[in-house]
Structure formats: structure tokens, C-alpha cells
Design a protein around this ligand. Structure first.
Ligand code: PGA
Length: 245
């Protein structure tokens, strides 16, 4: 990690968690009250149903609460959608936009993701913009081209290091237990760094766990992690955060 950039370890609970999971969330929050390097920032992006209550629990700890997606409009006739303003009102500080599961399951294009990132700032949230290549794109050697296109299309031109965080998540590494080699992660992050505003945090995401976190998070170009499965367990998330400090 480049020391001037404060690392962020962000959890993404995806479509997991009910009220019964709030106890685990409390454990996560409490874990960070004792001893984590104060330089490391921590965030859990909760399902919308838990955000209000979860944010209240986390407000007594150093861990922040975030959303996993937002609509680009502030309000209106969009059944089932949630605006960035609503997330902010429920206690969010950040929102993930353009996660590959949204891009795939909901057909989100770069231009939709860009509007969502702008909506996040309008509401006073930091946008975590996800990019990443599929296995097929990687196999034909198109990774850099895909990442460049996604950055150009979904990271707003007016982005600054305070309004946007970029998460590099190779689609084939998400939830599979597979990760790129350390050299690959370093090379991709360096290439992304060249294409985004100076000082913007770049998180790595895709099968980060307590075993591999240290070797990934120690890389100069990696400013933290976006953690799915391993963020559901307080012990695992805490171990990953410690590796970032
Ligand atoms: P994973 O998910 O850590 O379970 O691979 C990461 C993500 O999709 O953000």
C-alpha cells in the first residue's frame, strides 16, 4: 500500500443477512473498537433491509455502513428500487455501484453505472465503482481493454479521490476461491492507477480471505479489499482488516 492513501477494507454482504445476523454485525463493529490500526478504514455494505438498523449498531463503532446499489434518480416511480438519498437517510456513507452481479443479473451498462456513481455524490455518498474482466475476456487477452473501457464508461470524468473508490474484481475470481497471481494483481492495479484521478483508492476484490489477504494487501498499488463471503464472519473480516493495517 502507498502510505499516503488510507486503506479501506469493505465488506459486501450481498443478498445475505436477516435481523438474526445483526449480532454478527455487532461482533464486527466491536472487533474494530479494540486495537485495529486507526489508519485502516472499515465498511460493511449491507442489504437494504438491514441498513437502518445495521448503521445504528455500527454508529457506536469505527466501522461504517454502506449500500450495495442505488437508483440514479433521487425519487419517483421505480418500484423496488432504492435511491442514493434513501441510503444516505438510512445511515450509509458509501454505496457500491456496478458490481459484476448487478451488471450480469440486471443488465447494467457502463453508462448506467456512471449515472449511479453521480447519484451517489449528489446524495453525499462515496461511490465504490466495480470493474473487472470475465474469464473469457481474460483468456483472449482483453483484460486491459475491458478495464479501460469500463473506467472510461463508468467512472465519471468529474471523479476525485474523495468521491470515488475503484474496486478491481475479476469476475472469475468472485466467490470461486480463485485469485489472479500477485504479479497480475499488481500489474492490473498499476494500469488502473494510470487511468483514474491521482490518490483514488483501488481495492482488490474476488475471493479475499484471511489466508491470502496479507500478500495481496501488502502490494503498493492495492489500497484495500472488497470482501464478499469472508465479510459475513466477524473473525474472518477482522483478520483481513488486520492484514491491511
Ligand atoms: P467474494 O466476493 O469475496 O465472495 O469473492 C467479492 C465481491 O463480489 O465483492
Amino acid at each position: 500500500m502507498i502510505s499516503a492513501i488510507r486503506p479501506l477494507v469493505a465488506g459486501n454482504w450481498k443478498m445475505n443477512g436477516t435481523n438474526a445476523s445483526l449480532n454478527e454485525l455487532m461482533q464486527i463493529g466491536h472487533g474494530f473498537m479494540s486495537g485495529l490500526d486507526a489508519e485502516t478504514e472499515a465498511l460493511i455494505c449491507l442489504p437494504a433491509t438491514l441498513l437502518s438498523h445495521g448503521a445504528e449498531i455500527l454508529s457506536r463503532t469505527p466501522v461504517k455502513a454502506g449500500g450495495q446499489d442505488c437508483h440514479w434518480q433521487p425519487a419517483g416511480a421505480h418500484t423496488g428500487d432504492i435511491s442514493a438519498e434513501m441510503l444516505k437517510d438510512a445511515g450509509a456513507s458509501h454505496v457500491i455501484v456496478g458490481h459484476s452481479e448487478r451488471r450480469t443479473d440486471h443488465g447494467e451498462t457502463d453508462s448506467i453505472v456512471l449515472m449511479k456513481a453521480e447519484a451517489a455524490w449528489r446524495a453525499g455518498l462515496v461511490a465504490i465503482v466495480c470493474i473487472g474482466e470475465t474469464r473469457a475476456e481474460r483468456e483472449i487477452g482483453a483484460t486491459l481493454e475491458i478495464l479501460s473501457r469500463q473506467i472510461a464508461g463508468s467512472v465519471p470524468a468529474a471523479a476525485t479521490h474523495t468521491t470515488v473508490i475503484v474496486a478491481y474484481e475479476p469476475v472469475w475470481a468472485i466467490g470461486t476461491g480463485l485469485t489472479p497471481t500477485i504479479d497480475d494483481i499488481a500489474a492490473m492495479h498499476a494500469a488502473i492507477r494510470d487511468r483514474i484521478p491521482r490518490g483514488t483508492r483501488i481495492l482488490y476484490g474476488g475471493s479475499v480471505n484471511p489466508k491470502n489477504a496479507a500478500e495481496i494487501l501488502v502490494l503498493d498499488e492495492v489500497d484495500g479489499a472488497l470482501v464478499g463471503g469472508a465479510s459475513l464472519k466477524a473473525d474472518d473480516f477482522w483478520a483481513i482488516a488486520q492484514a491491511a493495517g
